[in-house]
Design a protein around this ligand. Sequence first.
Ligand code: G3H
Length: 491
Amino acid sequence: QNTYLVGGELKEWKGANAEVYSTISSTKEYKPTLLGTVPDLTADEAIEALNASLKAYDQGQGLWPTMKVEGRIAAMEKFVVQMKTKREEIVKLLMWEIGKSLPDSQKEFDRTVEYIYDTIEDYKQMDRDSAKFEKNSGVHAHIRRGPLGVVLCLGPYNYPLNETFALLIPALIMGNTAIFKPAKHGVLLLSPLLEAFRDSFPAGVVNIIYGRGRVLATPIMKTGKVDVLALIGNSKSANAIQANHPQKNRLRLVLGLEAKNPGIVLPDADLDLAINECIAGATSFNGQRCTALKILYVHEHIVDEFNKRFAAKVDALKFGNPWEDGVKLTPLPEPGKPAYIQELIDDATAKGAKVINKKGGETTENYIFPAVLYPVSKDSRVFDEEQFGPVTPIVSFKNIQEPLDDMAASNYGQQVSVFGSEVKTLAPLIDTLVNLVCRVNLNSAAQRGPDVYPFTGRKDSAVATLSVHDALRSFSIRTFVAAKDTEYNNA
Ligand code: G3H
């Protein structure tokens, strides 16, 4: 693949291409193998993409930002119809590029299609909401939602389709124009959609470029002409990228960042349920989800029993290629990840923890089997760091105030899962937890979906809210026409 999309044209890249590796292997050795290449664009192409976005936006006077609701909906519907024809190809690329299991890859695709249709429906509703209101003055305020301008959109590797589109689709439908650069992994799967983007939207409304973040995002931001930075990733990159903007007050941020979501297991919890949900929360997609459970607090009265059963269940999870039946654990797309996870294990064990499951830490070239660590001391790296991979630290607690204090001291505040059955204890605890994070999962694993739920976080976990409903607001501004004139009011 050597094309990219700028100004409504699929441009051919004649320079050097970047190699894209597959995480999976037919030989069972799980060695990364070359899957394809994508353009490794330079600052010049980045600026060309920015200029195309600026031209299409034309300071709010372009065809797209001034288009009627029906026109933007028609464009989005045209896009999604074409996208649906690419399901098989994209699902395969999700498996090959990022090692996501077949059912999860299919779910990612289908969930994204549903997300687009739900966004369209919400957008129609939004227009009706903004009809008009009146106070005693006789002046009518005709409320509208207007676009913000040019959006620089950077997506993550773990949900290269769904989370990318959770930014791009609402940004576009609200009348903004966008430059999108995918992550390093999960990049080929956008190729089947380039034509659909080109054919559905006016030239320059959506521009898709490939290459290194620093090379492309830095010059774009330095121009000061980006109105919104939309990014799902880590706060370090978000800070570095936004720092290049010369007038930060003009920049709106829509950011989905890190999390260290705790699972808290109370002494009266249904242990089977708690263990099953903690397994799903901590290990699905090898823990490479910002919503994963990344630390477990288990009450001291039940911790031994919990650990024994939790560790045995983790060891029973099947590792293999993403398309194999019943596979729960798959190779990791980031080549440095097994070594990083091993560092966390070594650090925690040097500080007193043990790997309590038999297979924990077993490695192949691009995989490391999930390690369950107990008891993890608070000065261990894995206690604070977002591991984003297959290792689960467990700590025991005597008093519920201990995990609450840790959550209050944490840099993150996305979600928590709490397991218990005594409603009397849970109700006041939940009232406290919602002030520490943004979503409390009661007797269930942490997760983002359904996509109509608000997805956000406190502290370094997020800026702005994503969801079918909220993202439309995050990517727009409320404007209005104040009119006394009866002709306008009745129109
Ligand atoms: O990486 C963060 C994703 O938004 C997780 O989404 O909870 O649906 O797996 P999920």
